[in-house]
Design a protein around this ligand. Structure first.
Ligand code: GDP
Length: 361
C-alpha cells in the first residue's frame, strides 16, 4: 500500500472518530458505553464474551474504591460456576529472552490450529514505576491484540505484589467465565513475581537462552525448581553447540531436584519464537502434562491447594489492609516506629501496642 493511501485512510479514520464524537448518535453510544452497569449486566456481558464489559469488570477489580470492590466481588461470585475450565500457563524469563514474541507465536498457533480462546495476563509489580513497565508496552503482541479470539490485559498498575497477584487471580476467573479456555500469565524473571504466578497456574514454563550463564540470566535456582519445562529460545540465532550444551546442563540441573509430586519430570526443550520452530511441540507437551496430571489426580489436587492458599492469603491481606487503614493505628504508627528505631522499645512490644490500639473498639 502506498504511503499516501495509508495517510488518506488514517486521516479518514480520524475524521470518523471526530464526527462520531460530535454527532448525536455517537454521543448516545458514548453515553451507553459509560452507562452504570448492574452486577447482572456485568455477568451477562461477561458470559456473552463482551470484551468491553469484561474490561470494565476487570477495572472494577483493579479499583481501590470499596464500592467498586464490593461490586467486583459480587460479579466474581456470580461468575464462579463458569470458571476453572481452562489451561493456565505461566511464562517467565528475563527481559529480552523473547516472552512476548513467544506468546504471540504460541498464541496464534493454538488459536488457529487448536481453536482455543486465549487470554494473556501479566504480573509486573514494577509497572507503577515511571522507569517503565516492562510488560505494558502497547506495541507488544500486535497480531494477538488484533485477534478476536485473544484478549490481552496488561498488568494492574497498583502497588504491592500481593495486590497485583490478587487482581490477576480474580481476572483469571472473569476471563474463564467469558469463555477463554487458555490463560497465559506472563511475568518478568526478577524477584518474587514468579512464585506468585506459579501459585496460580497449572503449568510453569521458563524461557532461557543458550550461551548465557544462569547468573547472567538472573534466574534463581528456586525458579528453575518450579519449572515444569525449560525452553531454550532463539535457537535460530544461537550457536548450535551452545544450544546442545545448554540443554544438557539444564537437564542435569533439573535431575538434581527431588521427583515432583506431579509425576511429571520437567522437560528441557528448544524453540525459536520468531521462526516458530519447536513451538507446536511445546503446546503438545503442555497438553500431555495436562492429560497426565488430570489422570493421576494431581491437576485437581493442585488447583484445590491453590484455592485454599488463596483463601488464607486473602484473609491475611484483608487483616493487614484493615490494620493499616485504621485511623488510630495510622496516628500512632510513625511515633511507635521511631521508638523502635531509637531503641526505646522492642519491636515486639511496639507491635503489641499497635495491635492493642487496633483491637480497642
Ligand atoms: P521479552 O522482553 O522477554 O518479552 O522479549 P521480546 O519478546 O520483547 O523479545 C526481545 C527481542 O528478542 C526482540 O527483538 C525479539 O524480536 C527478539 N526475539 C524473540 N524471540 C526470538 C527468537 O526466537 N529468535 C530471534 N532471533 N530473536 C528473537
Amino acid at each position: 500500500m502506498s504511503d499516501s493511501k495509508n495517510k488518506t485512510e488514517s486521516a479518514s479514520r480520524e475524521q470518523d472518530g471526530l464526527s462520531d464524537s460530535i454527532n448525536p448518535r455517537g454521543l448516545e453510544r458514548l453515553k451507553n458505553r459509560r452507562k452504570k452497569l448492574t452486577v447482572d449486566d456485568y455477568v451477562e456481558g461477561i458470559r456473552e464474551g463482551n470484551r468491553t464489559i469484561l474490561s470494565r469488570a476487570i477495572t472494577l477489580i483493579e479499583s481501590s474504591r470499596s464500592k467498586h470492590r464490593e461490586q467486583a466481588e459480587e460479579i466474581i461470585e456470580e461468575c464462579l460456576p463458569h470458571t476453572g475450565n481452562s489451561i493456565r500457563v505461566g511464562i517467565t524469563g528475563v527481559p529480552g529472552v523473547g516472552k512476548s514474541t513467544f506468546i504471540e507465536m504460541l498464541g496464534n498457533h493454538i488459536i488457529d490450529k487448536k481453536q482455543r480462546k486465549l487470554a494473556v495476563l501479566a504480573i509486573d509489580p514494577s509497572s507503577t514505576k515511571t522507569k517503565g513497565s516492562i510488560l505494558g508496552d502497547k506495541t507488544r503482541m500486535e497480531t494477538l491484540a488484533n485477534n478476536e479470539h485473544a484478549y490481552i490485559r496488561p498488568s494492574p498498575t497498583a502497588g504491592s505484589l500481593g495486590g497485583v497477584a490478587r487482581k490477576t487471580r480474580e481476572t483469571i476467573y472473569l476471563c474463564e467465565a467469558a469463555g477463554y479456555d487458555t490463560i497465559f500469565i506472563e511475568t518478568v524473571g526478577v524477584g518474587q513475581s514468579e512464585t506468585a504466578v506459579h501459585s496460580m497456574v497449572d503449568f510453569f514454563l521458563l524461557l532461557m537462552l543458550a550461551g548465557a550463564g544462569d547468573e547472567l540470566q538472573g534466574i534463581k535456582r528456586g525458579i528453575m525448581e518450579m519449572a515444569d519445562a525449560i525452553a531454550i529460545n532463539k535457537i535460530d540465532s544461537s550457536d548450535p553447540i551452545q544450544v546442545k550444551q545448554a540443554v544438557r546442563e539444564y537437564k542435569n540441573a533439573l535431575h538434581l531436584y527431588p521427583e515432583p509430586e506431579s509425576g511429571w519430570g520437567p522437560q528441557v526443550t528448544t524453540c525459536s519464537a520468531t521462526t516458530g520452530k519447536g513451538i507446536e511441540e511445546i503446546w503438545e507437551m503442555i497438553e500431555e502434562y495436562i492429560s497426565q496430571t488430570k489422570e493421576n489426580g494431581f491437576f485437581r489436587d493442585k488447583r484445590n491447594r491453590q484455592s485454599r492458599n488463596w483463601m488464607y492469603e486473602t484473609i491475611q491481606n484483608r487483616l493487614s489492609d484493615e490494620f493499616y487503614s485504621d485511623s488510630r493505628v495510622k496516628q500512632m504508627l510513625e511515633r511507635v516506629e521511631q521508638n523502635v528505631l531509637n531503641g526505646e522499645i522492642s519491636p515486639f512490644k511496639a507491635a503489641n501496642i499497635l495491635l492493642d490500639q487496633f483491637r480497642q473498639v
